[in-house]
Design a protein around this ligand. Structure first.
Ligand code: HEM
Length: 124
């Protein structure tokens, strides 16, 4: 049977709208957060264990790699919350037209970059 319906679309070759990319990134940051909670709980447990543990946690998080991981987790959290709020607004049909979805995606990226820069400035 001959059909004009597109089949076997190559997802790597098609051009994705920004709203789709921000939505996928939201899911990816959710997975990053899920994994990163282990690191965050370890640092929190260490910091709350005793005054010495707190000092150890401060030293640990001042090291380049743990600090970078912390920064990455905060970036993922900020993005996830900002994009998550957009998703929740969509559930109430705010901003679910094509134009609004495009603008909303830009707002998510800009707000995330501003908040991440602020967090980065606090960390360094
Ligand atoms: C450590 C905390 C969090 C983790 C591990 C996490 C993880 C995830 C994951 C894995 C998904 C994707 C689920 C799927 O696509 O089937 C998701 C979706 C979602 N998250 Fe989070 N999340 C966290 C915090 C938050 C926060 C603070 C918000 C607040 C805005 C939020 C809002 C949402 C929303 C609205 C969705 C659904 C998006 C959709 O409809 O596609 N999440 N989360």
């Amino acid at each position: 049977m001959k059909t004009d319906r597109p089949v076997n679309i190559n997802l790597l070759k098609m051009s994705w709208p920004l709203a789709a990319l921000t939505s996928i990134t939201h899911r990816v940051t959710g997975v990053i957060l899920f994994v990163g909670v282990a690191f965050a709980l370890y640092a929190l447990n260490l910091a709350l264990s005793s005054p010495e543990g707190f000092a150890q946690a401060v030293v640990l998080l001042a090291q380049p790699l743990p600090k970078f991981i912390l920064f990455g987790l905060l970036l993922a959290l900020i993005y996830h919350i900002v994009a998550g709020v957009k998703h929740l607004l969509l559930d109430f049909h705010y901003g679910d037209s094509l134009d609004a979805a495009q603008n909303g995606a830009v707002v998510v990226i800009v707000v995330t970059l501003i908040l991440t820069a602020a967090i980065g400035a606090l960390l360094w």
